[in-house]
Structures are given as structure tokens and as C-alpha cells.
Design a protein around this ligand. Structure first.
Ligand SMILES: [Zn+2]
Length: 373
């Protein structure tokens, strides 16, 4: 039996249509909304009033009207009507961002704290998040939720850590945070959150291999704009692919993993910062340039291997991304060309469009995506 749509549902649908249209087309007039959505002017007018009274939209200026001499009000959504928080938990640092309904970062903070698996640590981090949230231009009730990006594999329900050797946090429950915070909380694998922010920034992106080149290596397989989790949740964990028999020991316990070739931890010397390293490279420092060339050669070997498995675009992201230049891509491509039987152009190598705070932002974005449905 077909259910009939009630007048209340029609009104709700119309309001949702208008709200979504204004999200996509900020600065639209009442006339444009009526025309594009095939609604009557009175219907549009009453819904705009309601949306405005709810604080979801506001007048964003005036635009030329159909009748000479009169100007029509332009409307736009209120980007801060709802906000989501993203947190990146690292061994010696915690980063937090707030993103608005357009997925834009509106505030960020970071604090140096060494991770310890103690109630005091979790309480302190939550206290700092609460202070950060109180300074935002919104009420607590406007915060949709908070995502914690972890250097770890996450359970399907996003409530526990399945494998977390970097922080030694395997088995950790989300309750260490959610018990102290008034919003919905979730864990997210940091490589996944980085890929989510890349997808958000690239509406045309469908398939890709995202490489998170940060202190630790990570990967995400993107197919049809979906991040592949896999049967056991470890699709894309390329960092543990065996590459060298006599290499360095990886944190997983194995020798010569991809992690030991392509992580920033491997690239930098003790006490060296990524900024100082690249300043030296770009100024032609021989020692740093040789290290960089060796790193890129190893990276090329790894990308070639992955590219043979999945012939798609490779997005180079993570903390290394802001320092990558076109000449590095050309170098990488030449090395890959020497290794592969297929002579493809360099069009499959791309630098991330979201080089800053991408992991934090990606941890917050699922709440924004959930809001828009
Ligand atoms: Zn490993």
C-alpha cells in the first residue's frame, strides 16, 4: 500500500529543499528559489521566515530585482548554525579544530601534552576541549559532535581502538573521552579522516589512493567516493607492507615495513624539524638534498608497487604535503617510470588539496555530513 504524503511532510520537504538550495547557492533571492524549486512565492516567503526565525538562514545583502527600482533580499545559510569539533591525538601534541556547516575551520588550537593512558590525561584533554568550545561563537547545544582522530585502527562502531601500537592504546574505549563531554563522540582512523577531508575539498574526486605522509605513514583507498574499510578494517594499511629484509624495525615489530621508508620520522634526523629540513633542501644543502632524493626514491618504489595493484590517482597528503613541489613530483614520476612496465604520464600523482589540519577537519566532517543528510 502506498503511503500518502501529509501536508506537514510536504511543508517539511519544501523547507529542506530551500535550506539545501541556499547552502549550495548562497545569496539567492526569493524569486530565484521559487523559480528553481518550482514553488510558489508565498510558500518560499513563509519558509524563509521560518528558517530565519530558527536561526538557520539570514539575509546576506540585496540583489537587483525583477522590478525596476526595487532590490530583493538575498539569503544565505548561517554557517555557524551548527559546528563540529575534530581532535587529533598525537604522542606529544593534541590539536583541535572547530568546523562550520561548510566544513571550514573557524577556530583551532594545539597543546603540547604527552600521551599517557591515565584518567588524569583524558580528564585534562577534555577540560582543554571544553575551554576551547566555550570560546567558540556558539552555544554548546549547537555543537553536533566531536571526532577523535587516532593513529590506530578503529572498531566498526567507532567506540574502541582495535590496534593502536603507536600510542600503545589498543583496547582503549571512547568512554575515556565521552564520559567527560556533553556531545556525541567517535573515534576515527587518522588516515581515514585525512581522506574524508580530501574528498570534501575535491567534489570531482571519485577514486584515489591517499597517502598520509606524516610522522607516521598511513593510507586510504578511495573508490567511488567511499573509503574502503575492508573485511577486518585494515584496508589501506600500507605502512606494514614488507619492503626490506635488512631494514629498520617498525613499531609493529616487523623489519623493513613501508613505514620505515616513507614516514617523516624516517626522513628527519633527531631534533630536526620538517621546516628546517626543507629550508636546507631548497637552499641546496647537499646532505639534506641527498636524504630527500633517497626518501623520494623509496617513496617511488612504494607508489609503483601500490599503483600496480590499484591503477588510480595517488594523492600525497599529510604533514609533508605543504612542502612538496612540482619538481618533487617530476622526480618521483621519473623514478616510477624506471620501475614500471607501463609508461604513463605523471597525471596520477597529485599533492593534497587539504594540507593544513586535514586530519582534525576530517574527524569533524562526518558530523557535518550527517547534518546535511
Ligand atoms: Zn610495520
Amino acid at each position: 500500500m502506498t503511503k500518502s504524503i501529509t501536508p506537514t511532510q510536504i511543508k517539511k520537504n519544501n523547507r529542506s529543499l530551500i535550506y539545501h538550495y541556499l547552502y549550495q547557492h548562497p545569496g539567492s533571492s526569493q524569486q530565484e528559489l521559487a523559480l528553481q524549486l518550482h514553488l510558489s512565492r508565498p510558500t518560499v516567503a513563509s519558509n524563509l521566515s521560518l528558517l530565519e526565525s530558527e536561526g538557520r538562514i539570514s539575509k546576506s545583502g540585496q540583489i537587483a530585482s525583477e522590478s525596476a527600482g526595487r532590490k530583493a533580499a538575498a539569503y544565505a545559510i548561517v554557517p555557524d548554525f551548527r559546528i563540529a569539533l575534530g581532535v587529533e591525538l598525537l604522542k606529544n601534541e593534541v590539536k583541535v579544530v572547530a568546523v562550520n556547516l561548510y566544513g571550514k575551520s573557524i577556530a583551532r588550537d594545539s597543546f603540547s601534552e604527552t600521551y599517557t593512558d591515565t584518567p588524569e590525561y583524558y580528564q585534562m584533554i577534555c577540560d582543554k576541549i571544553l575551554i576551547f568550545a566555550r570560546a567558540l561563537p556558539c552555544e554548546s547545544s549547537q555543537i553536533l559532535g566531536i571526532g577523535f582522530a587516532m593513529q590506530a585502527l578503529i572498531s566498526a562502531d567507532k567506540k574502541s581502538i582495535l590496534y593502536g601500537k603507536i600510542l600503545s592504546c589498543t583496547g582503549l574505549s571512547l568512554s575515556v573521552f565521552s564520559d567527560h563531554l556533553p556531545w556525541p563522540c567517535s573515534f576515527i582512523h587518522d588516515a581515514e579522516s585525512a581522506a574524508i577531508s580530501e574528498l570534501w575539498a575535491s567534489p570531482d574526486l571519485t577514486d584515489a589512493f591517499y597517502l598520509s605522509l606524516s610522522r607516521h605513514l598511513g593510507g586510504s583507498v578511495i573508490a567511488k567516493r567511499t573509503i574502503m574499510g575492508g573485511k577486518h578494517g585494515h584496508s589501506g594499511t600500507i605502512e606494514h607492507i614488507h619492503m626490506r629484509d635488512n631494514g629498520i624495525r617498525c613499531y609493529c615489530g616487523q623489519i623493513g615495513c613501508m613505514e620505515t621508508l616513507c614516514s617523516v620520522k624516517t626522513l628527519l634526523a633527531d631534533g630536526e624539524t620538517i621546516e628546517s629540513f626543507f629550508t636546507n633542501v631548497r637552499q641546496g644543502n647537499v646532505i639534506c638534498s641527498c636524504r630527500w632524493a633517497a626518501f623520494l626514491s623509496d617513496l617511488a618504489e612504494c607508489i609503483n608497487l601500490l599503483h600496480l595493484v590499484y591503477d588510480t590517482d595517488f594523492i600525497l597528503g599529510g604533514h609533508l604535503a605543504p612542502y612538496l613541489q612540482e619538481e618533487d613530483l617530476l622526480f618521483l614520476h621519473e623514478k616510477i617510470r624506471q620501475l614500471t612496465p607501463f609508461g604513463e604520464p605523471a597525471d596520477f600523482l597529485r599533492i593534497s588539496k587539504m594540507p593544513q589540519d586535514n586530519i582534525c577537519i576530517g574527524a569533524a566532517l562526518p558530523y557535518i555530513q550527517g547534518f546535511w543528510g
